[in-house]
Design a protein around this ligand. Structure first.
Ligand code: FES
Ligand SMILES: [Fe+2]
Length: 393
């Protein structure tokens, strides 16, 4: 759909066009409601299968907003499972390292031991316990599923829907992207003074590109005399697609030009329309960014993709993790090319992070009750609608 001929919002007559309230960004009470209504109920991405590639490999995800430490481990049978990282004796986390490989998890408090499938296989001083059934005291399992190598967990005792149903509107567009041929190449992690929704929403519109990113991403791309218009904005159930079109022209810096000659994935990846036919994903523009509710993004480009995981710590503090994937670099030129791409993305995202914290410094003043969203910010309306509906159920 082109905005030359209409508004993206016309696709969704049920989305309100009214100003949006500031309160949810600053209220401690609202943050508490998000904890229960969203992060303890939704499917949450915690990593990729390659993070626990072989039997016994594990990693730990501490999800502060849910008050949970999640242990993801590939069992001796090859299956990936998730458990609460909490000993059945008196609650000590059984894995203290962020990642590792083992045959057993032995609790460092009193030595109870679990296998990689979560079974309690050793109870220290077994004959001094009363009425204890080891078979019923393995690690507490967490619902866990995998889509395209992405591992999701759901902390609800019984999730409202399966992972497949939850992701269906996204998977039908994305499946076919060559995720499995790209490997983790870089990552960034920032702890920011910002509400998690402000961080999420800053990635939900490209309209700020010619303003905030005029010295970085927008510098090499020109759409003379034109306003920024998305290639597509789509509501996909709870999720959304924010697609940016290739600019009219692309003028790389000398360093970027050299890097392009060795590989893909520098700024040039944002500038090339992707093949829309064939058996790959259904491309909508040069850069298709999928938000998977509540806190995960997958950004698809030609030859490279990246993810964002956004972890709320408090109403005004959030962790932002950025992970980039490339084909394995085969020579020094490709290493250079990928480094230029990763640094370019970093510099652009640092500009976003600066704004997040600037907003946080002033948003609590009470000066404004409402903010305003235009048509290019339609995905934010969908996101806020989802948040609001879930905190009030
Ligand atoms: S808390 Fe784990 S053995 Fe005591
Ligand atoms: Fe940005």
């Amino acid at each position: 759909m082109s905005t030359e001929f209409g508004l993206f919002m016309d696709q969704y007559p049920d989305l309100p066009r009214t100003p949006v309230a500031v309160e949810p960004y600053i209220s401690a009470e609202y943050f508490e409601m998000e904890r229960a209504g969203i992060f303890r109920k939704c499917w949450i991405n915690v990593g990729r299968e390659s993070d626990a590639a072989t039997p016994g490999e594990y990693f730990v995800r501490n999800i502060e907003i849910a008050g949970a430490s999640v242990l993801v481990v590939r069992g001796s049978d090859g299956a990936v499972r998730a458990f609460h990282n909490m000993c059945s004796h008196r609650g000590n986390p059984v894995a203290w390292e962020e990642r590792g490989k083992c045959r057993h998890f032995t609790c460092q408090f009193h030595g109870w031991t679990y296998d990689t499938r979560g079974a309690l296989v050793h109870v220290s001083d077994r004959d001094r316990f009363f009425d204890l059934d080891p078979a019923k005291n393995g690690l507490t399992p967490i619902h866990c599923g995998v889509w395209q190598g992405f591992i999701f967990i759901n902390l609800a005792k019984s999730p409202d829907e399966t992972l497949e149903a939850y992701l269906a509107p996204v998977t039908e567009l994305v499946d076919g992207y060559p995720f499995s041929s790209l490997t983790k190449a870089y990552g960034y992690r920032a702890v920011e003074q910002v509400n998690w929704k402000t961080l999420i929403e800053a990635q939900m519109e490209g309209w700020h590109l010619p303003y905030l990113h005029k010295n970085t991403l927008a510098k090499t791309a020109t759409d003379r005399g034109k306003r920024f218009r998305h290639a597509a904005l789509k509501r996909l159930g709870a999720h959304s697609l924010v697609s940016s079109q290739a600019p009219e022209s692309f003028n790389p810096t000398p360093v970027t030009a050299i890097s392009i000659s060795y590989g893909v994935g520098t700024f040039d990846a944002f500038s090339v329309e992707s093949e829309r036919e064939g058996k790959g994903p259904k491309w909508h523009g040069a850069f298709d960014l999928y938000h998977i509710f509540p806190n995960f993004y997958v950004g698809l480009l030609r030859g490279t993709y990246f993810t964002y995981n956004v972890w709320p710590l408090a109403r005004d503090r959030t962790v932002w993790e950025v992970t980039g994937y490339y084909p394995p670099a085969l020579n020094a030129g490709q290493v250079f090319s990928q480094a230029v791409g990763s640094v370019g993305l970093r510099d652009t995202l640092r500009e976003d992070a600066f704004v997040h914290e600037q907003i946080t410094r002033v948003i609590g003043s009470g000066a404004k009750d409402h903010f305003h969203l235009q048509d290019e910010e339609t995905a934010i309306r969908n996101f806020l609608g989802q948040v609001n509906a879930r905190v009030h159920t």
